[in-house]
Design a protein around this ligand. Structure first.
Ligand code: SF4
Ligand code: MSK
Length: 635
């Protein structure tokens, strides 16, 4: 069992890791240790099992260049494996987007009472974008037509999908000239599987370029659909105060944790916990009420819209159960560790799966159906209440750590905040960058990975960036890490930000790090950057902006897709853990160097978050110089 201080920087997590050690309960860090040494071929991306002549693996030290049985080179194998990761991530995000579209369709047809179109302004704006007649029509009619048109984007066979047209004109031109405008959201994922089948594409550059098209179909397609239609159904977030970390669990209330990604069930649970019948039942069982908290991206969805506390990020899912205070954890899809059931079995915690796409052996499954969302939410809550009296069997240890945060920023409201007094505009933000108050912009996103000390990469990188006057936007597990470190509060600007950024934060009353949502909400960053370009004065393309992206602790295929649509949209993007591509010098060189001349963006790998932040700052400075901006105001 490893030292807890080496596993996480978060004191609350350290306490639970200590408990895991003492009680001999395996958590992700232990399983990583037990897995050593991990397969070097896999790490370098040079094993292939795409057909039954294999598995083949390329010896990176062989004197003569090796190939697989079919003749596939290391370049081909690495490129194929890499774009299959993109496809896995794009599929997860896009299928999420499809589910939200389905919920919108049912809501518009009056078949799902729990949902209404709460954001009519956004509904109409989207409808106009999709050339749907708005005037004089009921919102249900508009929503039904919109859902139909968006469904068609998934399986589009002719032309191209619409949302990438939100990018600056020059960016769209780059994609068109390279022939990588996404055509259909599902189509690009299918084509990735086709091209990477035995005996198809073996030109690594051609393979990689299709990988970017697949990633773009996620960021400017499936993820963007998920974000926009969630806003229509559940309303676009507004800045909101909330709390974070394991200390948000309650000693005397029924603790229900929602974990996963989709807001369709969790948003309804937010209503159901306020149901008088549920509150009465909880009290009858000796609890003071129900305490709903979230985990991972589902947490972000209900945090941003309702201020529901966040219990933790990816590596805290097992630790939440280790408090002994979680009466029920309900999960939907993505980033849910199969290990949860074994940790839960050591406590009274009831684990419930809700998606037909995610079941687990021996775990209670209550299938979620949009048509009966409220009743299902209540059924699960009743199960949690019934389980509350069973807590006593195992000691409860809730860490006291419980940080305030502000969340709820979006491409729509950032410009209200940073905009002028009389009209919403990105102008003051652009001017602050041009005049050297703000150096530039950074999107820091992504998961935790036990290979990197939990939360260390996110927090240190974010702090270093704001210290250097870079305005940071965060999503997913990064946002939770930064919240737990107190960085998502306006006061953090005084403690950590450079003078220029501090002045902006003080004037506008925002934190130096803006929480813009869940993993699919990385699409908000793309739209915000496009808006900054369109406002003028910072170049003509996203690749001209003094801006960069990073995923300091990434682990999931979704993060590979996100990083690829960031880089494919023109952003320099730094990863804390290398992609499994180092087994091919050509692929590595293409992704970390040459692609900058083609797509404007490229990747770098750097585990040290301070060094990584400086790679981003150097890039931002390079872009400022190219734009002939004045030196930073306070340097
Ligand atoms: Fe081996 Fe080629 Fe089959 Fe891959 S596709 S397993 S490299 S023979
Ligand atoms: S939850 S994809 S661990 S950010 Fe979106 Fe966190 Fe990464 Fe999952």
């Amino acid at each position: 069992m490893g030292k807890v201080e080496e596993r996480s920087v978060d004191p609350a997590s350290q306490k639970m890791l200590k408990r895991a050690n003492e009680e001999d309960i395996m958590v992700a860090w232990d399983r990583l240790e037990a897995m050593q040494p991990q397969c070097g071929f896999g790490r370098l991306g040079i094993c292939c099992r795409n057909c039954a002549m294999g598995p083949c693996r390329i010896d990176p030290f062989a004197e003569e260049e090796q190939t697989g049985v079919c003749g596939a080179s290391a370049d081909t194998i690495v490129a194929r494996n890499f774009i299959r990761m993109i496809a896995g991530g794009a599929a997860a995000h896009s299928d999420h987007g499809r589910d939200i579209t389905h919920a919108l369709m049912l809501a518009s047809q009056g078949k799902a009472d729990a949902y209404t179109m709460k954001d009519e302004v956004k509904l109409k704006a989207l409808a106009r974008e999709y050339e749907i007649k708005v005037d004089g029509r009921k919102k249900d009619e508009i929503a039904e037509e919109l859902a139909e048109k968006i469904f068609a984007e998934f399986g589009r066979q002719h032309g191209e999908i619409k949302m990438p047209l939100r990018a600056p004109e020059k960016r769209v031109k780059v994609w068109k000239e390279l022939g990588i405008m996404p055509r259909g959201i599902d189509r690009e994922i299918v084509e990735t599987m086709h091209r990477t089948h035995i005996g198809v594409d073996n030109d690594y550059k051609n393979i990689l370029m299709h990988g970017f098209r697949t990633a773009l179909s996620d960021g400017w397609g499936g993820s963007m659909v998920a974000t926009d239609l969630s806003d229509v159904l559940f309303h676009t977030p507004h800045p909101i105060l909330a709390r974070s970390n394991l200390g948000t669990l309650s000693l005397d209330e029924v603790n229900v944790v929602v974990h996963g990604h989709e807001p369709t069930l969790s948003d309804v649970v937010v209503d159901a916990v306020r149901d008088p019948e549920i509150i009465k039942l909880a009290k009858e069982k000796g609890a003071k009420g129900i305490n709903l908290t979230g985990m991972c991206c589902t947490a972000a969805e209900i945090l941003m819209r309702h201020g529901i506390p966040v219990a933790g990020n990816f590596l805290q899912q097992e630790l939440a159960i280790l408090t002994g205070a979680v009466d029920l954890m309900m999960v939907d899809v993505q980033c849910i560790m199969p290990a949860l059931s074994s940790v839960a079995s050591a406590f009274h915690t009831k684990l419930v799966t809700t998606s037909p796409k995610n079941k687990a052996p021996g775990v209670t499954h209550i299938e979620f159906k949009e048509e009966e969302a409220y009743q299902i939410a209540k059924k699960i809550l009743k199960m949690a209440i019934e389980n509350f009296p069973n807590r006593n069997g195992h000691g409860i240890q809730i860490p006291e750590e419980n940080q305030d945060l502000v969340a709820g920023f979006s491409a729509e409201n950032i410009h209200n905040f940073l905009g002028g007094t009389y009209r919403a505009t990105y102008r003051p933000l652009n001017d602050a960058i041009i005049k050297g108050r703000v150096r530039g912009l950074a999107g820091v996103v992504g998961c935790n990975n036990p290979k990197i000390k939990h939360n260390f990469g996110h927090i240190e990188m974010s702090k270093e960036l704001i210290k250097n006057d870079v305005l940071v936007v965060v999503t997913g597990c990064t946002a939770i890490a930064d919240a737990e470190a107190g960085l998502l509060q306006p006061e953090a600007a005084f403690e950590y930000a450079g003078k220029g950024l501090q002045e902006i934060c003080e004037t506008v009353g925002i934190p130096p790090i803006l929480h813009v949502g869940s993993c699919v909400d990385n699409s908000r960053i793309l739209v915000a950057l496009s808006n900054v370009v369109k406002e003028g004065g910072l170049g003509e393309d996203i690749s001209d902006l003094p801006a960069a992206g990073a995923a300091p602790e990434w682990m999931s295929e979704k993060a590979v897709s996100i990083a690829s649509y960031f880089a494919g949209s023109g952003l320099f993007t730094v990863l804390g853990v290398p992609f499994p591509i180092l087994g091919s010098k050509n692929v590595t060189n293409f992704l970390c160097n040459d692609m900058e001349n083609i797509l404007g963006g490229k990747f770098a790998f750097e585990a040290d978050p301070i060094k990584a932040a400086h790679l981003m700052i150097d890039h931002i400075n390079k872009k400022r110089k190219a734009l002939k901006f004045k030196p930073m105001m306070y340097e």
